[in-house]
Write a protein of this length. Structure first.
Length: 93
């Protein structure tokens, strides 16, 4: 597997754990943080409430895939920007 895919999967797991802690232990209703942590809430709520059905499992898998693909694109953009900035800095020297 590509290193980027593993890094994206790790970022997805970190996001779900961090957002899950934020959603379930702190009151984030009505704030911008609620919108940022919404995918983790959708993923973790069936697990916490122990309500499993085909619909919730499909939704959970979609959320994980969405976050993973978003992180792949995000990492690709950040790495290309850093590579571009490093090449410019080297040219200036």
């Amino acid at each position: 597997m590509k290193k980027q895919y593993v890094e994206s999967a790790l970022l997805t797991v970190i996001y779900i754990i961090g957002s899950g802690i934020t959603v379930f232990y702190f009151n984030v209703s009505g704030t911008l943080l609620e919108y940022i942590t919404y995918p983790a809430k959708v993923f973790l709520e069936p697990i916490v409430n122990k309500e499993f059905s085909i619909k919730t499992i499909n939704l959970m898998l979609f959320v994980v895939y969405f976050l993973w693909s978003f992180n792949c694109v995000y990492l690709n953009i950040i790495k290309s920007i850093l590579k571009h900035l490093n090449s410019k800095a080297i040219k200036k020297l």
